[in-house]
Structure formats: C-alpha cells, structure tokens
Design a protein around this ligand. Structure first.
Ligand code: GGG
Length: 354
C-alpha cells in the first residue's frame, strides 16, 4: 500500500469549497483502490490568517511543507488584503521556494457545446501550455523610486536566466518528443529586445538536440489571436510566466470557462513537493453561496494522480469529468446546471465508483 502525504491549503473565498470536493474524490479513490491511501494535513493559511497574524502563512510554513508528496491549494485573495500580498506571500513564495518551475495547464475541450468558438471540435482544441513558473516577469525584481514625487518611476524587471530559460524549454521539448506532438514557442522578441530575443535564441539552441520535434514560433499577440481563431495550430506550447498566465485564461475561455481550468506547479526533480490548484481565484462574489464549480479543483486531483504515477486514476477522473460535462443537470450554474458545489462532488464520486 502506498500512502501519499498531502498538504491542504484551501485558502480564501471559494478555495475551501472546491478543495473539499477534491478531497472527496481522493477519499473515494482510497475506498476504491486498496493499494492507495492518503494522509491529509490542513494549513489555515490565506487572507484570514493574514488579517490575524500580518502574514499569509506561518514563518516556518515552507519548512512545514517540505515533507509532503504534494500540496493541494484552493485559491488566494480576498477584499481587504492587497492582491500582490496575497499572491506573493503564499502562492508565488511556494512556487519559488520549491522550485516548481514548470506550470502545466491543459487546454482541452471535453464537450464541444462548451466552447464559444463556432464549428470547433474537441480534436481541434486539445493542447498543453507549459508556462515558465519561477522567474520572468514574476521574478519580483524591480524598484519604486521617488514615491509620490513628480519624478516617480516604477521598474518591474523581467528576469530570464540561462538556467531558468533552458530548463523550461528543454522540459517542453522532452514533452513534445515523448508525446509525438509539435512544439510552439510564444514570445515577443520584436518589442522585448533583451529577454525575448534571448528566449528565442535558447529555443533554437535547445532545439538542435531535438531534430525530430517540429517547431513553430509566434509573437504573443499573434498567438492570442490564433488561440481563438485557429486553436488547432497548437499541440504543446512553451511560454514565459506572464504570457502563460494570460494565454491560459484565453485557453479557459475556449474550453468552458475558469471553472474548468486546472494547473500543476511541478518540481520535475522531485526534490521538493509539487503543487496542484485550480487556476481560478477566490471569487469573493460567489463565495459562501455553495455554487462554485469544483471541476477545476477535481481536475487538478487528476494531474496529481498522474504526477504520483497513478495514471489509471488520472485518466479515470478525466473521463468522469467528460461524462459529467454532458450531464447538464449535474453541473453548477456557470455551466447552465442547477447543482450546488457539494451535489456536483457527490455525483462525481458516484460516477467514479460506477
Ligand atoms: N488557484 C490559485 C489562485 O488563487 N490563483 C490566482 C492567481 O492570480 N494566480 C496567478 C498565477 O497563477 O500566477
């Protein structure tokens, strides 16, 4: 029997509501598979913790998380706490401290009725965005000079190290090679004349090691257009931290919305825990109403199972998501259904066991 140690950080707003349904799915797997068990430890970190303690997580939070096999995060951010604090002091700190430099965000249409794009089939919207997750525009580097004065200047520096750029691009080539798919790099070298020129050079250099991988390169503005006009162009995509964050929201829009968008923050060397989360935020406007869509959070459990080497369960979860997306009455209101968050989770577990 394998026991996986999971750290739960439900976080803010709808985070705890959707994580509860993901845990329900993990507990169902335990019941159905005698070879797997999970131990859960919950950490009460987030904006409420911040308002009480002046920090988003405990001082020894990173140390506490070190021994876990995975972190399962809900959402961060709530009115009353500045967004850059709630994001930086928890989510981005964990990604950075645990060198989770790969962010895997599948853009997969599981029911053609859910895309606003006319005449696009599920086969035409099925790709993986590999987002650089440790540096770039989210390096936290910059300065705020002459604050409040007429000569005020603010600098936000994009940091692209050789190590950081090479490793994400190599990871993407490996994934394209492994899955026999094309690889598209998305950058902006015509305007970002240092960082993205470097990115493109590294993409070409590393590519010499993968002569069998068919590659494409797009500027981010053109790629944004193709995401909504010709998504079939993409199979595996590699891009920087900021571009990946923005492009995957477009990806969510063409596959059914933020309620279905999942993300895995991976430390490929497994020297530290990886983290699994729905891409959406804390959605304060609907929190506490019991209507949040937990599918993205459940999909991130599927990514967690794949990461644990339990692909059988990763696939089973995805297949139930697909089945449920064709069962309108069992869905939450964002997808035109009438179910509550909990009812959706209950139905999910019923189908997983069937
Ligand atoms: N589900 C985690 C969450 O609250 N994400 C909100 C967010 O703004 N994430 C930015 C990012 O993924 O870099």
């Amino acid at each position: 029997m394998k026991t996986f140690k999971i750290a739960l950080i439900p976080g803010d707003g709808i985070g705890p509501e959707v994580v509860a349904e993901g845990v329900k799915v993990l507990q169902a797997i335990e019941q159905l598979d005698p070879a797997i068990s999970f131990s859960f430890t919950e950490f009460p970190w987030g904006c409420e913790y911040y308002l009480e303690h002046g920090k988003m997580m405990a001082d020894d939070g990173i140390e506490k998380l070190k021994g876990f096999d995975a972190i399962y995060l809900g959402a961060v951010g709530y009115p009353g706490v500045p967004d850059h604090i709630s994001l930086w002091d928890l989510l981005l700190t964990i990604r950075k401290e645990f060198d989770q430099y790969v962010n895997l965000r599948p853009i997969t249409l599981l029911n053609p009725a859910l895309t606003p794009l006319k005449n696009k089939t599920a086969e035409q919207i099925d790709f993986l965005v590999i987002r650089e997750n440790s540096e770039g525009e989210y390096a936290g580097a910059g300065d705020w000079l002459f604050k409040g004065k007429p000569e005020e200047v603010v600098l936000q520096t994009g940091v692209f190290s050789r190590k950081g750029t090479e490793r994400i691009i190599r990871y993407a080539y490996e994934e394209a090679k492994r899955s026999n798919r094309t690889l598209t790099s998305i950058s902006k070298a015509n305007a970002l004349n240092y960082s993205m020129v470097f990115w493109d050079e590294v993409f070409e250099e590393v590519g010499k090691e993968y002569p069998d991988v068919q590659t494409y390169s797009y500027l981010v503005d053109a790629a944004s257009l193709y995401f909504v006009t010709e998504p079939e162009r993409f199979e595996v995509v590699v891009t920087s931290n900021l571009f990946g964050d923005i492009l995957t929201d477009i990806g969510a829009a063409i596959t059914g919305g933020m309620g279905l968008a999942t993300g895995a923050n991976i430390n490929p060397e497994r020297s530290y825990p990886s983290m699994f989360e729905p891409v959406h935020g804390s959605a304060p406007d609907i929190s506490g109403k019991g209507i949040a869509n937990p599918i993205a959070a459940i999909w991130s459990v599927s990514q967690m199972m794949d990461f644990f080497g339990e692909e059988k369960w990763g696939k089973a979860i995805l297949s139930v998501i697909q089945e449920m997306l064709h069962e309108k009455e069992s869905l939450t209101s964002d997808l035109g259904g009438e179910s509550t968050t909990t009812q959706l989770g209950d139905r999910f577990v019923e189908l997983l066991a069937a």
